[in-house]
Design a protein around this ligand. Structure first.
Ligand code: SAH
Length: 221
Protein backbone atom coordinates (compact mmCIF):
# COMPACT_ATOMS: atom_id res chain seq x y z
CA UNK A 1 0.00 0.00 0.00
CA UNK A 2 1.72 3.20 -1.13
CA UNK A 3 -0.91 5.74 -0.04
CA UNK A 4 0.20 6.66 3.52
CA UNK A 5 -3.38 7.48 4.55
CA UNK A 6 -4.49 3.95 3.68
CA UNK A 7 -1.39 2.24 5.05
CA UNK A 8 -1.62 4.06 8.39
CA UNK A 9 1.08 5.11 10.86
CA UNK A 10 1.58 4.65 14.61
CA UNK A 11 -1.64 3.38 16.16
CA UNK A 12 -3.05 2.65 12.68
CA UNK A 13 0.09 0.91 11.36
CA UNK A 14 0.50 -2.58 9.94
CA UNK A 15 1.83 -3.82 13.26
CA UNK A 16 -1.21 -2.58 15.18
CA UNK A 17 -3.50 -4.25 12.64
CA UNK A 18 -1.56 -7.50 12.89
CA UNK A 19 -2.16 -7.52 16.64
CA UNK A 20 -5.90 -7.26 15.98
CA UNK A 21 -5.75 -10.16 13.50
CA UNK A 22 -3.85 -12.24 16.06
CA UNK A 23 -6.48 -11.50 18.67
CA UNK A 24 -9.30 -12.57 16.34
CA UNK A 25 -7.44 -15.81 15.59
CA UNK A 26 -7.20 -16.48 19.33
CA UNK A 27 -10.94 -15.93 19.58
CA UNK A 28 -11.55 -18.61 16.95
CA UNK A 29 -11.75 -16.85 13.58
CA UNK A 30 -10.24 -19.27 11.05
CA UNK A 31 -11.16 -18.09 7.57
CA UNK A 32 -7.90 -16.67 6.18
CA UNK A 33 -9.68 -14.63 3.51
CA UNK A 34 -11.73 -12.91 6.23
CA UNK A 35 -8.66 -12.30 8.42
CA UNK A 36 -6.93 -10.85 5.38
CA UNK A 37 -9.74 -8.36 4.89
CA UNK A 38 -9.56 -7.35 8.58
CA UNK A 39 -5.84 -6.79 8.06
CA UNK A 40 -6.25 -4.75 4.88
CA UNK A 41 -9.39 -2.66 5.33
CA UNK A 42 -8.28 0.68 6.85
CA UNK A 43 -10.82 0.79 9.69
CA UNK A 44 -9.39 4.13 10.86
CA UNK A 45 -10.88 5.80 7.77
CA UNK A 46 -14.39 4.69 8.79
CA UNK A 47 -14.37 6.47 12.16
CA UNK A 48 -13.99 10.08 13.19
CA UNK A 49 -10.39 11.30 13.06
CA UNK A 50 -10.47 11.84 16.83
CA UNK A 51 -11.06 8.08 17.25
CA UNK A 52 -8.55 6.89 14.62
CA UNK A 53 -6.02 5.82 17.26
CA UNK A 54 -8.62 3.38 18.64
CA UNK A 55 -9.68 1.97 15.27
CA UNK A 56 -7.77 -1.33 15.67
CA UNK A 57 -9.01 -2.04 19.16
CA UNK A 58 -11.59 -4.80 19.12
CA UNK A 59 -14.47 -2.54 20.15
CA UNK A 60 -17.51 -0.85 18.64
CA UNK A 61 -17.08 2.94 18.24
CA UNK A 62 -19.61 5.74 17.63
CA UNK A 63 -20.18 6.88 14.02
CA UNK A 64 -22.86 9.50 14.74
CA UNK A 65 -26.67 9.39 14.53
CA UNK A 66 -26.71 7.13 17.60
CA UNK A 67 -25.07 4.33 15.57
CA UNK A 68 -21.81 2.43 15.93
CA UNK A 69 -19.20 0.78 13.75
CA UNK A 70 -19.35 -2.93 14.61
CA UNK A 71 -16.64 -4.61 16.64
CA UNK A 72 -14.06 -6.27 14.33
CA UNK A 73 -14.57 -9.67 16.00
CA UNK A 74 -18.29 -9.50 15.28
CA UNK A 75 -17.72 -8.44 11.66
CA UNK A 76 -15.26 -11.31 11.20
CA UNK A 77 -17.52 -13.85 12.91
CA UNK A 78 -20.57 -12.83 10.89
CA UNK A 79 -18.67 -12.76 7.59
CA UNK A 80 -17.20 -16.18 8.31
CA UNK A 81 -20.66 -17.56 9.20
CA UNK A 82 -22.18 -16.05 6.07
CA UNK A 83 -19.53 -17.45 3.71
CA UNK A 84 -19.40 -20.86 5.43
CA UNK A 85 -17.10 -22.29 2.77
CA UNK A 86 -19.51 -21.42 -0.07
CA UNK A 87 -19.00 -19.11 -3.04
CA UNK A 88 -21.66 -16.39 -2.72
CA UNK A 89 -22.67 -14.45 -5.82
CA UNK A 90 -25.42 -12.18 -4.61
CA UNK A 91 -25.49 -10.80 -1.05
CA UNK A 92 -27.86 -8.39 0.71
CA UNK A 93 -26.63 -6.33 3.66
CA UNK A 94 -29.05 -4.57 6.01
CA UNK A 95 -27.56 -1.61 7.93
CA UNK A 96 -24.66 -0.18 5.89
CA UNK A 97 -23.70 2.21 8.69
CA UNK A 98 -20.23 3.55 7.92
CA UNK A 99 -19.63 0.78 5.38
CA UNK A 100 -16.92 -1.11 7.27
CA UNK A 101 -18.69 -4.49 7.18
CA UNK A 102 -19.45 -3.85 3.49
CA UNK A 103 -15.75 -3.21 2.78
CA UNK A 104 -14.72 -6.42 4.54
CA UNK A 105 -17.33 -8.48 2.70
CA UNK A 106 -17.55 -7.08 -0.83
CA UNK A 107 -14.29 -8.45 -2.32
CA UNK A 108 -15.13 -11.93 -0.97
CA UNK A 109 -18.43 -12.23 -2.88
CA UNK A 110 -19.83 -11.45 -6.32
CA UNK A 111 -22.07 -8.49 -5.58
CA UNK A 112 -23.37 -6.72 -2.45
CA UNK A 113 -26.64 -4.80 -2.27
CA UNK A 114 -26.66 -2.72 0.90
CA UNK A 115 -29.56 -0.86 2.56
CA UNK A 116 -29.39 1.90 5.20
CA UNK A 117 -32.16 4.04 6.76
CA UNK A 118 -29.91 6.99 7.79
CA UNK A 119 -29.13 8.92 4.61
CA UNK A 120 -25.95 10.79 5.68
CA UNK A 121 -24.40 7.50 6.83
CA UNK A 122 -25.20 5.90 3.48
CA UNK A 123 -23.72 8.82 1.56
CA UNK A 124 -20.51 8.72 3.59
CA UNK A 125 -20.22 4.95 3.17
CA UNK A 126 -20.60 5.35 -0.59
CA UNK A 127 -17.69 7.82 -0.70
CA UNK A 128 -15.40 5.67 1.46
CA UNK A 129 -15.96 2.52 -0.56
CA UNK A 130 -15.33 4.44 -3.76
CA UNK A 131 -12.11 5.78 -2.26
CA UNK A 132 -11.04 2.22 -1.49
CA UNK A 133 -11.75 1.12 -5.06
CA UNK A 134 -14.59 -1.22 -4.06
CA UNK A 135 -17.03 -1.27 -6.98
CA UNK A 136 -19.27 -4.32 -6.61
CA UNK A 137 -21.72 -2.65 -4.22
CA UNK A 138 -25.11 -1.06 -4.91
CA UNK A 139 -26.59 1.23 -2.27
CA UNK A 140 -30.14 2.00 -1.24
CA UNK A 141 -31.65 4.48 1.19
CA UNK A 142 -34.60 2.50 2.58
CA UNK A 143 -36.01 0.45 5.44
CA UNK A 144 -34.18 -2.87 5.13
CA UNK A 145 -36.70 -4.78 7.26
CA UNK A 146 -38.43 -5.77 4.02
CA UNK A 147 -35.18 -6.60 2.21
CA UNK A 148 -34.59 -5.41 -1.37
CA UNK A 149 -36.88 -7.36 -3.60
CA UNK A 150 -35.57 -6.15 -6.96
CA UNK A 151 -32.33 -8.14 -6.65
CA UNK A 152 -33.64 -11.22 -4.80
CA UNK A 153 -33.12 -14.14 -4.38
CA UNK A 154 -29.92 -13.77 -2.36
CA UNK A 155 -27.53 -16.57 -1.57
CA UNK A 156 -26.56 -14.59 1.53
CA UNK A 157 -28.21 -11.93 3.71
CA UNK A 158 -26.39 -10.26 6.61
CA UNK A 159 -28.01 -7.84 9.07
CA UNK A 160 -26.07 -5.40 11.29
CA UNK A 161 -29.05 -4.39 13.44
CA UNK A 162 -31.27 -6.58 15.61
CA UNK A 163 -35.04 -7.08 15.15
CA UNK A 164 -37.10 -8.70 17.93
CA UNK A 165 -38.04 -11.50 15.55
CA UNK A 166 -36.70 -12.56 12.14
CA UNK A 167 -38.45 -10.45 9.46
CA UNK A 168 -40.40 -12.83 7.16
CA UNK A 169 -39.54 -10.69 4.13
CA UNK A 170 -35.86 -11.53 4.54
CA UNK A 171 -36.56 -15.27 4.71
CA UNK A 172 -38.64 -15.01 1.55
CA UNK A 173 -35.74 -13.38 -0.31
CA UNK A 174 -33.28 -16.19 0.45
CA UNK A 175 -32.37 -18.51 -2.43
CA UNK A 176 -34.27 -21.80 -1.85
CA UNK A 177 -31.17 -23.97 -2.42
CA UNK A 178 -29.03 -23.07 0.60
CA UNK A 179 -29.40 -19.28 0.90
CA UNK A 180 -28.33 -18.21 4.38
CA UNK A 181 -29.28 -15.32 6.64
CA UNK A 182 -26.96 -14.18 9.44
CA UNK A 183 -28.82 -11.93 11.84
CA UNK A 184 -28.83 -10.82 15.49
CA UNK A 185 -32.29 -11.29 17.01
CA UNK A 186 -33.86 -10.27 20.31
CA UNK A 187 -34.39 -7.32 22.65
CA UNK A 188 -31.50 -5.21 23.97
CA UNK A 189 -29.46 -7.17 26.47
CA UNK A 190 -30.71 -10.57 25.28
CA UNK A 191 -29.76 -10.80 21.61
CA UNK A 192 -28.52 -13.90 19.90
CA UNK A 193 -26.76 -14.31 16.57
CA UNK A 194 -28.57 -16.72 14.25
CA UNK A 195 -27.71 -18.37 10.97
CA UNK A 196 -30.76 -19.55 9.09
CA UNK A 197 -30.25 -21.71 6.01
CA UNK A 198 -33.07 -22.23 3.53
CA UNK A 199 -33.76 -25.59 1.88
CA UNK A 200 -36.90 -24.94 -0.16
CA UNK A 201 -39.58 -24.34 2.47
CA UNK A 202 -37.40 -25.57 5.37
CA UNK A 203 -35.40 -23.06 7.37
CA UNK A 204 -32.62 -24.55 9.49
CA UNK A 205 -31.65 -22.37 12.47
CA UNK A 206 -28.24 -22.40 14.13
CA UNK A 207 -27.52 -20.39 17.25
CA UNK A 208 -24.13 -18.67 17.16
CA UNK A 209 -24.05 -17.07 20.61
CA UNK A 210 -24.93 -13.87 22.44
CA UNK A 211 -24.29 -10.47 20.82
CA UNK A 212 -25.08 -6.76 21.35
CA UNK A 213 -26.34 -4.78 18.34
CA UNK A 214 -28.27 -1.56 17.80
CA UNK A 215 -31.97 -2.26 17.16
CA UNK A 216 -33.35 -2.76 13.65
CA UNK A 217 -35.78 0.15 13.35
CA UNK A 218 -38.70 0.43 10.98
CA UNK A 219 -39.18 3.31 8.53
CA UNK A 220 -36.66 5.96 7.45
CA UNK A 221 -34.66 8.24 9.76
N1 SAH B 1 -22.40 -2.46 9.24
C1 SAH B 1 -21.97 -1.36 10.09
C2 SAH B 1 -22.71 -1.34 11.40
C3 SAH B 1 -23.74 -0.32 11.41
S1 SAH B 1 -24.74 -0.25 12.87
C4 SAH B 1 -20.48 -1.46 10.33
O1 SAH B 1 -19.79 -2.11 9.59
O2 SAH B 1 -19.97 -0.86 11.23
C5 SAH B 1 -26.29 -0.75 12.20
C6 SAH B 1 -26.87 0.14 11.14
O3 SAH B 1 -28.16 -0.38 10.83
C7 SAH B 1 -27.08 1.59 11.53
O4 SAH B 1 -26.41 2.41 10.64
C8 SAH B 1 -28.59 1.77 11.45
O5 SAH B 1 -28.99 3.05 10.98
C9 SAH B 1 -28.99 0.70 10.46
N2 SAH B 1 -30.39 0.28 10.51
C10 SAH B 1 -31.17 0.07 11.61
N3 SAH B 1 -32.40 -0.31 11.23
C11 SAH B 1 -32.40 -0.37 9.88
C12 SAH B 1 -33.38 -0.71 8.89
N4 SAH B 1 -34.62 -1.05 9.21
N5 SAH B 1 -33.01 -0.66 7.58
C13 SAH B 1 -31.77 -0.31 7.21
N6 SAH B 1 -30.80 0.03 8.10
C14 SAH B 1 -31.10 -0.02 9.41
Amino acid sequence: MSDPRLAGIGMTSARTRERLVQRLREQGIKDEAVLDRIRNVPRHLFVDEALASRAYEDTALPIGFGQTISQPYVVARMTEALLGGAQLHNVLEIGTGCGYQTAVLAPLVGKVSTVERVKPLLERAKLRLKELGIRNVRFRYADGTVGWKAHAPYDGIIAAAAPHAVPPGLLAQLAPNGGRLVIPVGPEGAQELLRITRRDEHYVRERLGGVAFVPLLGGLA
